[in-house]
Design a binder for this molecule. Structure first.
Ligand SMILES: NC(=O)c1ccc[n+]([C@@H]2O[C@H](COP(=O)([O-])OP(=O)(O)OC[C@H]3O[C@@H](n4cnc5c(N)ncnc54)[C@H](O)[C@@H]3O)[C@@H](O)[C@H]2O)c1
Length: 440
């Protein structure tokens, strides 16, 4: 099948590549010429495990190509996926200008039946807006399908190739049949393709992200209470996770959620609720808790070192909003590093993949280190912000030698407090009792 995917970001690039991998003829379109030029040269604009190799293979086998020429691809492709960004506007609503401009361009050039598929996360009712935008500009028949994407950055290929479920919001049997054909290769192990109306499909994506964000904020509150009452959130997490109504996923406390999705999607749900005369206080609380949690690590630092951090140096391990990505959008590390800098401290930062993106955020206000141990040299403490696998079993004696003071603020609870005490560290995790070496 000939497919056009508009938007070559984390979603569009992964979706286009995976559709090509299953044998389709895919062209990915973006309006940033430099990005398309780079992709044509084999330079992948994002870090996503496994993506580069898949792109190379599908380009080499002529199933995948890149262009800025949307009009030409609309003429050629019966199915067009819209996977452009939908960032938060000033009022918290999702900014649909990119989605709508693509819809208008499709309407302008389509010369026969087209299926327009929204992969971007869009507010409930957007399918109607797209429908009327296109219908007002063309006489040709078309269907609008709402097909939200649930992939996780860092595991995007795996998630797309083996989705827990595929959600298809549509009413036209013809469009539903085409969508089934496209997704069948990815659900061979029996995971469902759920067909529903467009509005429910749009709502499903927001409900999923809002619930996941709620779990994170809930566990962060539980962790903060654990610290005050002397309970261990790691034990509590296990204790509740075995309840099948709860499950083990998304129960890890930390430094707050970030990324390009949860913050904006929670805001968008609140905004949609307001538009319909509803307040949704639960999600306001989820946001408030998250905002406070992003400041927690720096509060712990000032609790230990005092409010004036001038002359202090801190190492930060992990800058991306989550491991296995280079995405810095709304990363809690931004709040944390800015907090340290505002206190007058120097920051020595390390991330396995996000140093380039981090430099766009912090410029030369921090020092960047390709090796995690290099960031520790002469630092008063280490802050762990993102749980990259390579941080899980480090050389503790080496860390202790490099640090000026053996203090670790662990925003991801990577280590056992007792082990850290034995290694001679002052160790301050989240929701667990801090430990200090016997002599300290
Ligand atoms: N990133 C994720 O993990 C994820 C997961 C599920 C859903 N989503 C949703 O998918 C959508 C895309 O997210 P993303 O992270 O891939 O965004 P992104 O910002 O990484 O990529 C968007 C791309 O669209 C391009 N673009 C913007 N306007 C365009 C236009 N008019 N014509 C052509 N190209 C245009 C941009 O240049 C960019 O390359 C968003 O709605 C997001 O909420 C994202």
């Amino acid at each position: 099948m000939k497919i056009c995917v508009v938007g070559t970001g984390y979603v569009g690039l992964v979706a286009g590549t995976c559709f090509a991998e299953s044998g389709n003829d895919v062209v990915c379109v973006d309006n940033v010429a430099a990005k398309i030029e780079a992709l044509r040269q084999g330079v992948i604009p994002i870090y996503e495990p496994g993506l580069e190799e898949l792109i190379r293979r599908n380009v080499a086998e002529s199933r995948l190509a890149f262009t800025t020429d949307l009009a030409h691809e609309v003429e050629r492709s019966p199915v067009i996926f819209i996977a452009v960004g939908t960032p938060s506007g000033d009022d918290g609503s999702a900014d649909l200008s990119a989605v709508m401009s693509v819809a208008r361009e499709i309407a302008r050039v389509m010369d026969g039946y087209r299926i327009v598929v929204t992969k971007s996360t869009v507010p409930i009712g957007t399918h109607e807006r797209i429908r009327s935008e296109i219908a007002g500009r063309t006489k040709h028949p078309f269907d609008v399908v709402s097909n939200p994407e649930f992939l996780k950055e860092g595991a995007a290929i795996e998630d797309f190739m083996k989705p827990d479920r595929v959600v298809i919001g549509a009413s036209s049997p013809r469009a539903i049949d085409v969508m089934r054909q496209l997704y069948e290769p990815f659900v061979r192990t029996g995971n469902p393709i759920l067909v529903m109306d467009n509005a429910s499909a749009e709502m499903t994506k927001y409900a999923a992200n809002a619930l996941l964000a709620t779990r994170i904020s809930f566990m962060n509150e539980v962790a903060n209470l654990c610290e005050r009452v002397g309970a261990d959130v790691d034990q509590v997490r296990r204790g509740i996770g075995y309840d099948r109504r709860i499950g083990h996923h998304f129960l890890f406390p930390g430094v707050g959620y970030g990324g390009s999705c949860f913050p904006k999607d929670v805001k968008a749900v609140i905004h949609t609720a307001h538009e319909h005369g509803m307040k949704f206080p639960l999600l306001n609380a989820v946001e408030d808790v998250n905002e406070a949690q992003k400041h927690l690590l720096v509060e712990k630092v000032t609790g230990e070192f005092g409010g004036d951090l001038a002359g202090r140096r801190f190492a930060v391990w992990g800058l991306a909003f989550k491991p296995r990505t280079d995405d810095m959008r709304e990363a809690p590390s931004i709040t944390i590093v800015e907090g340290l800098l505002a206190g007058g401290a120097e920051v020595a930062a390390h991330d396995p993949e996000a140093l380039g993106e981090a430099r766009k955020v912090f410029g030369d206000r921090v020092s960047y280190h390709r090796l995690n141990y290099d960031a520790l040299e002469g630092a008063d403490a280490l802050l762990i912000v993102t749980e990259w696998n390579e941080f899980r079993r480090p050389d503790f004696p080496r860390m202790k030698r490099l640090l000026r003071r053996p203090v670790i603020f662990d925003g991801r609870n990577l280590y056992e407090p007792e082990t850290m005490r034995q290694h001679g560290f002052t160790y301050l995790p989240i929701g667990r009792t801090a430990v200090r070496p016997a002599a300290a």
